[in-house]
Structures are given as C-alpha cells and as structure tokens.
Design a protein around this ligand. Structure first.
Ligand code: ATP
Ligand code: MG
Length: 418
C-alpha cells in the first residue's frame, strides 16, 4: 500500500481528555477515530490489526473444534426476562414502531441457549462449541480508557455444551490453553496472568486473563512463583495467599481483563430448559461454559504493553504491515529501486507500507516509529552505493545493510522469526 494514498494521516496532538497510552498512540497514528466516549471507528490501519487479531483467534479456536456463527445484536425482551436480566443497567433498550420492546446484546447466553435447544436433542449432539466475533453494546460508566472499555465493542464469545461435568472441565482447560496461545501470538503473553475471580451464581470461581498495565482498571494479587493472580474482589476469601502454593508475599498490580472464562454449568440450561437424552434415555440438563475476549480491548492492551516513547511496536503477527519501506529523497534512481522492491515484496505476499510521500526523511522516520511496523526498510543513495537496503527492527536501536540480492531470503527468515 502506498502511504500517500492512505486515508488517514498521523497527528501531532490528541485531545487532552485522552489519558490512556493506547488511545493517545492509536489516535495519533491514525488507527482509530473517536466518535464519542467509548465508541470508536476503525480506520484502515486499525482495521488491518483488528482482522489479524480475529485471524489469530479463529485459528486457535478452530484447533479446539469450535464452529463460528453470527448471532443478532437486536434482542427481544422475552429472552432476557427468562433469566431476570432485562433489568441489568448495562443494557441499552429501545422500542420498535409497533411497540415491541427490544434490547441491544451485551452478551449472548440468552440467544444461544434457545438456539441450541432447537438442534440439540440427544447425547449424540454433544459436545458442541460455538463462537462468534460480533459487536456488543454496554452502557458503561467508565469509558475513558480508550479501547480498553468501549460502550460499543467487538467481542469474541464462545459457548460450549456438554453432557458431563468432566467433559465441561476438560474443555475449559483446552480453552485456557487456547487463550494463552492467543495472547502469546498477540505479543502480551509475558504480561498476561491467569487470575482467579468471582464466578457466576452456580460456579464458585471464574478465571480472568489479566494483562499488567498502569491503565488497567483491576487490581490483582500476583504470585511471582506460580505466575497466577487473584482478583482484588475475592482476595479476602483466599486470606491474601496464592491459591496454588500458599505464598503470602503477593504483589499488587494494576491490570486489565483481556479475557474471561466461566463454568456456567446448568445455569442457562435451566432457564431455557435446554436438555438432552442420555444413553439410557434419561432427560438431563446440558452443561455450559462461556468464554469471552474483547477484541478492541485486546488491541488496546497490546499497545499498552508494546510501545516506547516514540510510538507503537506491533508484534509481527498482528502488525498492520510487516515492512515499512521508506525511500529517501526524490532522486529518480532511488524511487525506481524503491518501486521495484515494493513490487517484489507485494508479489511475495509480504505486506508492505511504502512511504512514497514527498516528505523529509526525518518526518518519515517519526511517522514510521509512531505507526510501529516491525521492520523499517530504507533505500538511500548510501545504501544503493552498496547495492543494499538498510533494515532496522522497530524495537532495536541499530540498523544493518542487507544486499538487495539477499533481501527476500533475509525477510522470509526474519518475518517468521520476529
Ligand atoms: P469488566 O470486568 O472489565 O467490566 P466483564 O467482566 O463485564 O468486564 P465479560 O462480560 O466477561 O466482561 O466480557 C468478556 C470479555 O469482553 C472481557 O474479558 C473483556 O475482554 C471484554 N469486555 C468486557 N467489557 C468490555 C468493554 N466495555 N469494552 C471492551 N471490552 C470489554
Ligand atoms: Mg470482569
């Protein structure tokens, strides 16, 4: 993609009310635009990142046998009355012209449980895991941390259905592993901790995946040894001790919940009478688990964790482009070589943003650091004299010269490694 054609330009300033790092950097670099508190548009660069995150999530969930569906955002009141959650204050409510009361979905147990009831009748239909990547609406009061807390936001929600508690618990463990894999591929693996949290009505505890960041809204008590945390809300019950090793020296850290997994057991199956016939023909409630990840929140957390004073440092798998190609000066020979290399990379399906703008190299470098693409590739008179391009990794300080004839080999190795 040619940077001169890119819809959005970078900005020097952002409004003063933007206090969080993720919103400052993403707004300045032109990934997102704010419509109102908690409601954001995703611009070309931001949407590319969002799609990459979706890809990682899809790949990891397909590995554990989950099937993708898409449920509606507009819900009838009746479904929510069944579970006594119509009154929840996060729910946006509206009325159709015919007077029908409707709500905008902030989660989807009320929709998926009756849907599954239509198709699951016997033990042969189980287990089952369904997920969607879809928009949620929540009337949040604290929408001031950029993408970390949206009023409208995209969520991946997965629901699993089982015959036995054992099967549910096995699947729960599989999801845990898949989540760690997702967060690792998204570049926040080291900062993300499995954290014990208060659960739903029937399950004693749930698990959160908490990423350490100063803009997080939760406090977690972290055991350095076991690498697990306990949410502040339940720490009293645990006597301020690690629930795995009993360690009393827990570190209190600010964190943001990037994912949450719940063992719902029979809770929603009872509300909607979701049952199945077991091998003996006995009618039983289906056991459920539910598992969420907020995609924009994850994107915000990635930026909170992966940045420096100059801008964002995207992890390779979810970077908007893999290479940022910059030609120095307007000399014909340089432009021609840059154009040839651009085409070469495009042909090899290497994603490249080509800064072909008539700007000073200083300005180009500032934008390049702000946008945060993992590899910067500069073509200058100096590099061409050595039949080379200059390559610098976003996170490193020094650049190196790579011969143009070795470029593809170098990039392929580098891109699969970094
Ligand atoms: P929180 O405790 O942060 O309010 P929650 O416990 O209400 O979140 P869930 O209902 O479990 O969250 O939603 C599943 C996932 O969706 C969360 O783990 C988080 O990643 C994401 N999420 C929840 N609320 C928001 C929001 N307002 N904006 C962005 N992502 C969100
Ligand atoms: Mg929570």
């Amino acid at each position: 993609m040619y940077q001169s054609k890119l819809f959005v330009k970078t900005q020097k300033e952002v409004p003063k009310e933007e206090v969080s790092i993720n919103s400052q950097l993403l707004l300045r670099a032109g990934f997102i635009d704010k419509l109102m508190a908690g409601v954001y548009s995703f611009l070309p660069l931001g949407l590319r990142v969002l799609k990459k995150i979706e890809k990682v999530i899809r790949e990891e969930l397909e590995k554990i046998g989950a099937q993708e569906i898409l449920l509606p955002a507009l819900h009838p009141k009746e479904n929510w009355e069944r579970t006594n959650r119509w009154g929840q204050e996060v729910m946006f409510k509206l009325r159709s012209r015919s007077g029908k009361e409707l709500g905008l979905g902030w989660t989807h147990e009320e929709i998926i449980t009756p849907l599954v009831k239509k198709f699951v009748k016997s033990y042969r239909d189980l287990p089952l895991a369904l997920y969607q990547i879809q928009v949620k609406f929540r009337d949040e009061l604290r929408a001031k941390s950029g993408l970390l807390r949206g009023v409208e936001f995209i969520m991946k929600d997965l629901y699993s259905f089982h015959q036995t508690l054992e099967d549910l618990e096995n699947y729960y463990e599989k999801v845990k592993k898949a989540y760690f894999q997702i967060f690792k591929r998204c570049g926040i693996g080291k900062q993300t901790f499995l954290t014990l949290a208060s659960g739903g009505t029937f399950s004693e505890y749930s698990h959160e995946f908490q990423t350490l960041t100063p803009f997080g809204e939760d406090f977690i008590y972290l055991c350095e040894k076991c690498k697990v945390g306990i949410n502040q809300q339940i720490i009293k019950e645990k006597n301020y001790r690690c629930y795995q090793c009993g360690n009393e020296k827990l570190e209190v850290k600010k964190a943001i919940e990037v994912g949450n997994i719940f063992n719902l057991k029979e809770k929603f199956a009872r509300y909607f009478n979701l049952t199945f016939k077991d091998r003996e023909g006995k009618e039983k409630f289906v056991l459920m688990g539910c598992y969420g990840i907020g995609l924009p929140r994850l994107m915000g957390a990635i930026v909170e964790v992966n940045h420096d004073e100059k801008g964002i440092c995207w992890p390779i798998e979810i970077a908007p482009f893999q290479v940022h190609l910059i030609s120095v000066r307007e000399k014909r020979e340089i432009k021609k070589t840059a154009q040839t290399i651009y085409q070469l990379l495009e042909n090899q399906k290497i994603e490249v943003l080509y800064d072909d703008r008539a700007k000073s190299v200083g300005e180009k470098f500032v934008d390049c650091d702000l946008i945060g693409i993992p590899l910067r590739m500069v073509i200058s008179e100096k590099s061409l004299r050595k039949k080379s391009v200059e390559i610098k990794e976003r996170k490193k300080k020094v650049a190196r010269l790579i011969k143009i004839k070795d470029l593809l080999k170098f990039l392929k190795e580098k891109l699969s490694l970094c």
